[in-house]
Write a protein that binds this ligand. Structure first.
Ligand SMILES: Cc1cc2nc3c(=O)[nH]c(=O)nc-3n(C[C@H](O)[C@H](O)[C@H](O)COP(=O)(O)OP(=O)(O)OC[C@H]3O[C@@H](n4cnc5c(N)ncnc54)[C@H](O)[C@@H]3O)c2cc1C
Length: 483
């Protein structure tokens, strides 16, 4: 089965997985009023692959492009365009059922090659076999990297010594045919509507943490796996597309993903105790994943700029100095992100076994630029839009024979701007910035794909500080003959 239809994908989610929502087990995630929205959002990936309009952007050699390891800067640019285009179809919300999983597969492939070379293991063959299985089965993947972590100031073994051994996921039993794992990962996106979960370590480890240095893949319905879904954004079930043009139709689910003594067959184990490789694996995944992130943020920043431009026009303020200042800022914010995303691809380096890795310095500059300015971008859109963002009348008022004419009379913008059009633009801005979806995007900006501090660290680590200091010394006349 080289590629699946949207319906085949949705049908594949009926496999007895243990998913809970608000304390209740959900037997059919596709039929659930909230999870169904997320499953149909994810199906966009399969719709896009079927659509001839996207041609070889979505499909390469009969398989989803997501599964094609990037070999060159051009491949990375094509992957970025695919992610951007698909997110655009998803109404600014990333689809993610192949993006994050293939980020993990590429990182696993690089680290497995390195481990095999240094330790004489045979991880790369395993990773390749699993990769092929996912590509040929056209599977949907979640990645569970972030551990629950407990006391952030302490590492896994340190917390074990204090009586909390399960702050990080760990190996509790090693068998000849596989391993048994226990622990929980938090914030796992798309897991209720994925086929497989790839588990990665979340941080660097020391020798004492060897049991926590673990990576593997497991089907979502594996015995012992429990998904406790977050109710955040659950109001999508009651939303109408007039008031919430994005979040009535698009949603991603996150879960607390519990591994209660889950058996993982040897063939699916990609790291089991090689603690020296936990940090590099975590980091390599994150570099791919932040490139995915900056690619999927592009429709969101475009939508913020577009909504602000539209509302400035509808409100008759597009020539005001302070408004032009804010619009220019929003456009530069979006286009700086796009330029950095392209540069990150062009500055890639190819690592064994022949995978192009986006430039970590540029990727993290882009992510930092996006994340640290996001709330300011939101503030500018809200400023231009006005208070109707949270005081708008309902779709039912506009549709009412009695109230509709009043709404249309009083809520138009400048002359010639229809009230319904203006309300639609306002509702878009409200959904992006003032709804539960807007709040989700704000938290996502700060935390998803790693913290802002982690991005700063990577920028510091990857900049050629020695060359910059030497240049400054030269200019200052320090340690030079003429100084
Ligand atoms: C919507 C959403 C979707 C996500 N999807 C996924 C997913 O699919 N898979 C996945 O694995 N993860 C996912 N994540 C997790 C994401 O990567 C984490 O949220 C992020 O790494 C931060 O971790 P945390 O939430 O535990 O916060 P924390 O790590 O607790 O961070 C909170 C604050 O503490 C600081 N901090 C933490 N540790 C230290 C320390 N040792 N010293 C000093 N300061 C510290 C941080 O810098 C930050 O300021 C998702 C997150 C969100 C919000």
């Amino acid at each position: 089965m080289p590629r699946r239809t949207p319906q085949q994908y949705l049908d594949s989610l009926h496999d007895g997985r243990r998913v809970f929502y608000r304390g209740r087990r959900i037997e059919d995630v596709t039929g659930h009023p909230v999870m169904g929205v997320a499953a149909r959002h994810a199906a966009i990936d399969y719709q896009m692959a079927e659509d001839a309009a996207y041609g070889d952007l979505a499909v390469v050699d009969g398989l989803s492009r997501y599964y094609a390891p990037p070999r060159t800067a051009e491949d990375l640019l094509a992957r970025s365009r695919l992610i951007e285009t698909q997110t655009r179809l998803g109404g600014t919300l990333v689809v993610l059922i192949k993006e994050i999983g293939t980020d993990a597969l590429f990182a696993l492939s690089i680290l497995a090659t390195e481990m095999d070379g240094r330790l004489g293991t045979s991880y790369h063959q395993r990773v390749q076999r699993f990769h092929r299985r996912c590509a040929e089965g056209d599977l949907a993947l979640a990645v569970a990297q972030t551990d629950v972590k407990g006391d952030r100031a302490l590492g896994p073994a340190e917390q074990a010594a204090q009586g909390y051994p399960d702050a990080y996921l760990r190996i509790v039993e090693r068998r000849s045919d596989g391993i048994v794992v226990r622990g929980a990962k938090s914030h796992t996106s798309v897991s209720p509507n994925a086929n497989e979960i790839i588990v990665l370590p979340t941080r660097a480890m020391g020798a004492a943490d060897a049991d926590y240095a673990v990576a593997f893949a497991i089907p979502v319905d594996a015995p012992g796996v429990t998904l406790i879904a977050s109710p955040h954004g659950g109001s999508c079930a009651e939303k109408n597309p007039f008031e919430h043009p994005i979040s009535a139709r698009h949603k991603m689910m996150e879960t607390l993903t519990v591994f209660d003594d889950v058996f993982v067959p040897q063939e699916r184990v990609f790291l089991a105790g090689e603690w020296q490789f936990a940090g590099p694996l975590a980091l390599t995944f994150v570099e791919f994943h932040r490139f995915t992130a900056i690619s999927y943020k592009l429709p969101l920043v475009d939508a913020l700029a577009g909504a602000a431009l539209l509302l400035a026009e509808y409100n008759g303020i597009e020539r005001a100095g302070h408004v032009r200042d804010k619009l220019a800022w929003l456009i530069a914010y979006a286009e700086n992100l796009r330029a950095l995303t392209e540069t990150a691809a062009r500055r890639c380096r190819v690592q064994a076994p022949g995978i192009a890795v986006p430039d970590p310095l540029t990727v993290n500059m882009a992510k930092l630029h996006f994340a640290t300015n996001y709330h300011q971008a939101v503030a500018r859109v809200q400023d231009i839009a006005g208070g109707l963002l949270v005081t708008y009348p309902a779709a039912e008022d506009l549709g009412s024979a009695e109230l509709g004419p009043l709404v249309r009379k009083y809520l138009g913008g400048k002359l010639g701007v229809d009230a319904e059009d203006r309300l639609r633009a306002l509702n878009l801005a409200a959904d992006l910035t003032a709804s539960d979806f807007g709040g989700y995007q704000e938290v996502l900006a700060i935390h998803a794909e790693g913290s802002i501090e982690a991005e700063k660290l990577t920028v510091l680590r990857n900049y050629n500080t020695a060359a910059a200091k030497a240049y400054a010394k030269g200019l200052a006349g320090i340690d030079s003959p003429e100084g």
